[in-house]
Structures are given as C-alpha cells and as structure tokens.
Write a protein that binds this ligand. Structure first.
Ligand SMILES: Cc1cc2nc3c(=O)[nH]c(=O)nc-3n(C[C@H](O)[C@H](O)[C@H](O)COP(=O)(O)OP(=O)(O)OC[C@H]3O[C@@H](n4cnc5c(N)ncnc54)[C@H](O)[C@@H]3O)c2cc1C
Length: 558
C-alpha cells in the first residue's frame, strides 16, 4: 500500500517511520533540501516555517522524544534548536528514513482519481530555490495521502490603518530569523501579538534593540519553563496521578490559585500584561527571561495598535510611540492546504474539524490524514508520532473508523469543548491536553499502558508510569509497535534528566536500551504497593488543596 506523505518535518518523518513499521510503502515529498521542518534553522526565508537562531525548546527533552528513541543523557533538558535538529537527524539515520524521502520536491496538487475514488493522484514538481532546475510537473497515484505540512508556515497579517505609510522594515515573526542581527542594533522595535512566537521575538530582540514595544490586544499570562529547584515544568507537572487529581477536583476550583501563582512570579497588573480572561482560558506564554527584560525597561508593554502614521504608532488607549524603526508581526499563522481541493478541504479561522484531529470526515475511508495539526499543552513530536501510528493502522485495515456522521459529531464536540474553555481566537482551535489525548490515540492503536497489569506484575514500572513524568516511552510498552527498550527507557528517565542538569556524561542515543528485570510482585508487596498508592493519592489531594500548589498543575495541563 503506497502512502504519500507531504512534508518531512518531525510529523513527516514520524509518518514515514510508522508506515515502515506497519509494512506500508511510504514516499515523503519535502519541498526543502533536508528534513527537520521548522527545527532546521536557516537564514533563508523561503516560505518554510523556521525557528529563530536563538530558539530553545519550551518542552523538555524526555517529554519531546520519539517514543522509541530517547535523547542522549548528556543533552540538557531544554534543547537549543540545533540540538533538536541533531536529534531528528539521528532518528532518521537510525531508522533509515531518508531513503523514503524525495527532497527538493513540492506537492502542488492532490486529487482523488477519477477511476477509483479511494486512490489519490498526486502532482509534484521540483521546488524552486533549493538548487533545482525548473522541472515539469509529474503525477503518481497513491492509496493514501498524509498531510504533514505543519501549521506555522503561512503568516497571518492584520491590516492596521496607515500601515502602508510606515517607511521602516516590516516582518512577520516567521521571517524574523536572527534577532541578534546587527540590523536590530539600537533600533526601536514594535512587536505585535501575544503568542509564544511573538513573545520569544520580544525577549530575543530586546538583547539588540534600544527598546522593544510589545503591543498585545488582550494581554497574556506568562509562565516559566523551569519551576522550583530548577526542574523543568513539564516534567514536574505531566504526571498521570496529577491528571487524575485535577479531574477529581475540577478545574474551576484552581483558577484563583493559579492566577496567584503566576502573579507571584510576575505582577501582570504592574507591567500591563494582565488579560481579562483567566490563565485557564489561553495558551500561556512560556518564558523565564521576560520579567527581567520588563524590569530593565528594555521591553515596554502597550495595548493594541490603533493606527500607524509614518514612524509614529498610536495605540488604542491614545498613547503613541514615535521613531519606530522595525515592526514585527507576531500575529500567528493560518492553517491552509493549497494543494487540496479548496471546496472540500478549505479551513476557515483555523478550525480544522478533523476526526480526533487526524481524519477528514468527508473521506470516511481514512485515506486522507492530517498529522501534527494540534496545539498541545505539551510536546508535539510524540503526538505526531502517535497520530502516524494510528493512521498507519487505519491504512493497513487493522483499525476501523466510525461512520462519517460520528466523525463530524466528534469534531464538533471537540470544537465546542475548546470554545467553552479558551478565549475566542484563531490561536485556540486545535488545543489538546497532552496525557488525555495521547491516551486517546493509544486506545485506537492498542498501546495504552496497562496500568492494572503493571500494578500487579511490575510495581517499579507502575510507580514510574503513574508518579514520574508521563514520557512517550509509555506508549511503547505493549501493543502494536511495542519496543523492547521501553521499560528500561522509563526506569532510566530520571537519571537521564539529572545528567542533563549537569551537562551530562558521555552517552549516545539510547534506542538499543534493553529490557530491565520483570520485577514480579509477591502477594504481600502487591498489597503494600496498592495501599501506599492509595494513601499517596489521598495525601497529595489533601496537601495540594491546602497549599494551593494545584495551581501549578493547572497551569501546565490547561
Ligand atoms: C517558534 C516555535 C517553537 C516551538 N517550540 C516547540 C517546543 O518547544 N516543543 C514542541 O513540542 N513543539 C514546539 N513547536 C511546535 C512545532 O510545530 C512542532 O514541534 C513541530 O516542529 C511541527 O512539525 P511539522 O512536521 O508538523 O511541521 P514543520 O516543521 O513546519 O514541517 C513541515 C514540512 O513540510 C514541508 N512542506 C510544506 N508544504 C509542502 C509541500 N507542498 N510539498 C512538500 N513539502 C512541503 C515544509 O518544507 C516542512 O519541511 C514550536 C513551534 C514554533 C513555531
């Protein structure tokens, strides 16, 4: 069965690997000259999504890993983008994925074939700007098409009155590649937008610019990567038992506590950042450095732009800033699939409406899948990988999809849930919670961690799976695609994390990790484990309620 994969970023290479694992025949088409997508930094602004030269991951290395390929222990817990790219390359080498990718090739049209509605005719041509000679369009037929083109490539640009009169440099955060470039030295820069890309640009540019004005329509809540004692926030918070506690107690209860905790780190009122909505209603901006830059006066917060007159920018509160040299639009991205039939597959307002964020209900066979079109409160790579594993099982016929009407209802229900929880914005349309969504995909694949069985047969692993960070290796313990190294990867994760804190020792990629001992439990130790687990849950619940520490959990999970 031939699968056409559009794009070879992390979603595309996870898709290739999933196909190979299931005995399918993948062919990925990548417009640029190499894999890695936005994690392959390049100065060249060529339409491909790309991080900034200075971008560090917001999610920690163990949480962001491919599920059968732990990153080396010596990697720090938060990786610079060049390290992420190194890791992605190592993954592709380890599983020999490059031979299934055609580089420098752009997909231009994807249509159902007229002879067989379950097959797809894919038109492609040599991509321009990657050393290719202009070439003829060619076509091939595939049994399925998986779209892995990412949702950070097509800039969204609002139109402000008078914007045409601005004589300085205008760019979108998408093309703001090197914020430390000399061209920003001593400049007055205005950054518009409050998402993570905009906020990162604000902080990084403030190292070069004279001053950065940060214009936000609604304000934003700011949280940090690293929590108490220098632990990566996602490691501390993404644990199964905490997810259960949150479900037990409910979200509303924690709103004020959460605000209190974010306020204690940075008084959002004092610095003019406080939004009208609660931190539960938006994707918080994750940055540890912003408070310092604000306190030093290198970043100044302003409300939405009302109009632009030459170099003078007036804000909706009537204040203005004159002498602006550069405007950076950090105003987000549009989801679009220009190679698909626009009548059937167009996306309006970033509302994708896919079944479980993967399958388009108008193709009930599942032969058209979308990988990586989620905004998780957590890491994307493991999600793209799990989506690919599911899509591969569907393509192979090992998993069935429900009738189209059920898929439509699922998509509508998800949309309603997101709309009810988040502030209305094109930024909040494809939101998922990491552990619940991964569990949902795992249930489809058949690889959900068997918690009861682990409790009864492998207490050490049960303890790690429930009480330690919920790392992606959990989804390789059982079922199709089970990886013999998963148990050892889970039991060794805290050591790798601690080594990462100290700059690590010599190591290497760990996909060859072997099984540890099975650790069978005697009857008596089983009872003790069950009792301890129950007592721990009850005690944590009581403690968290009393101390308000729950607010931190919510900050991550919501
Ligand atoms: C600034 C920034 C920081 C981020 N930080 C994190 C983080 O800390 N942790 C995290 O988990 N996620 C993070 N993300 C999310 C990020 O989107 C994912 O980690 C991931 O890189 C998405 O990969 P992708 O393969 O889906 O898309 P992309 O990386 O965008 O790759 C898409 C690929 O498709 C190719 N392509 C597009 N159209 C065509 C076509 N027509 N024909 C052929 N090829 C095509 C492109 O050239 C590209 O290589 C961040 C995103 C941004 C923008």
């Amino acid at each position: 069965m031939r699968i056409c994969i559009v794009g070879a970023g992390v979603s595309g290479i996870a898709a290739v690997k999933a196909c190979l694992d299931e005995g399918l025949e993948p062919m990925a088409f990548e417009r640029s000259s190499d894999l890695g997508g936005l994690w392959r930094y390049t100065d060249l602004v060529d339409g491909k999504a790309c991080v900034m030269r200075t971008t560090m991951m917001n999610t920690s290395k163990e949480m962001s890993a491919f599920s059968d390929f732990p990153p080396p222990a010596e990697y720090s817990n938060f990786l610079h983008n060049s390290r992420v790219f190194e890791y992605i390359q190592a993954y592709a080498e380890r599983f020999n994925l490059r031979s299934s990718i055609r580089f420098g090739t752009e997909i231009v049209k994807v249509r159902k074939t007229s002879s067989d509605p379950d097959k797809w005719l894919v038109a492609f041509r040599p991509a321009v700007g990657v050393g290719n000679e202009p070439g003829e369009e060619q076509c091939e037929t595939f049994d399925a098409v998986w779209v892995c083109t990412g949702h950070h490539a097509i800039p969204n640009l609002p139109a402000y009155p008078g914007a045409d009169s601005f004589p300085g440099e205008v760019l979108h955060s998408h093309s703001c590649r090197d914020p430390l470039s000399e061209k920003f030295l001593d400049k007055t820069v205005l950054v518009i937008g409050a998402g993570n890309s905009a906020g990162d640009a604000v902080v990084e540019l403030s190292h070069r610019a004279r001053v950065v004005y940060w214009s936000t329509r609604r304000g934003t809540w700011v949280s940090n990567r690293v929590v108490d004692h220098g632990w990566p926030k996602d490691l501390v918070l993404a644990r199964r038992y905490q997810m259960w506690l949150i479900r037990l107690i409910g979200l509303r209860y924690f709103r004020r506590q959460l605000e209190k905790s974010l306020q204690s780190r940075l008084d959002h009122d004092l610095y003019g950042l406080r939004p009208a909505h609660s931190p539960l209603q938006q994707h918080t901006f994750v940055n540890d450095e912003l408070p310092n830059r604000l306190a030093a006066g290198l970043v100044k917060v302003r409300p939405d732009v009302a109009r632009i007159d030459n170099r003078c920018v007036t804000f909706v509160d009537g204040s203005n800033v004159d002498g602006v040299d550069v405007i950076v639009y950090g105003t987000g991205y549009r989801i679009d699939f220009p190679f698909l039939d626009s009548e059937q597959f167009s996306v309006s307002g970033n509302e994708t409406r896919f079944y479980k964020h993967v399958f388009h209900p108008s193709v009930p066979s599942g032969s058209l899948a979308f990988i990586g079109f989620v905004q998780p409160l957590g890491a994307t790579i493991p999600i793209a990988e799990a989506q690919s594993r599911w899509a591969a099982r569907v393509a192979k016929g090992s998993c069935q999809l429900p009738p189209a009407q059920d898929m439509i209802e699922d998509a509508q229900q998800r949309r309603r849930a997101v709309a009810a929880r988040f502030v209305r914005s094109a930024r909040h349309t494809i939101q998922v919670d990491w552990i619940p969504y991964m569990d949902e995909l795992a249930a489809e694949i058949g690889c959900r961690p068997p918690l009861l069985r682990l409790l009864l047969t492998d207490p050490a692993l049960f303890r790690a799976v429930v009480f330690e960070p919920c790392t992606p290796y959990q989804f390789r313990l059982v079922g199709p695609g089970a990886w013999p190294g998963a148990r050892a990867a889970i039991l060794g994760q805290m050591d790798r994390i601690r080594l990462g804190m100290r700059g690590g020792l010599s190591g290497g990629f760990c996909s060859e990790v072997e099984h540890g001992s099975d650790g069978f439990l005697s009857n008596s130790s089983l009872l003790v484990t069950a009792a301890v687990a129950t007592a721990a849950v009850a005690a944590s619940l009581w403690l968290l309620k009393r101390t308000g520490a729950f607010s931190n959990l919510i900050d991550y999970h919501i």
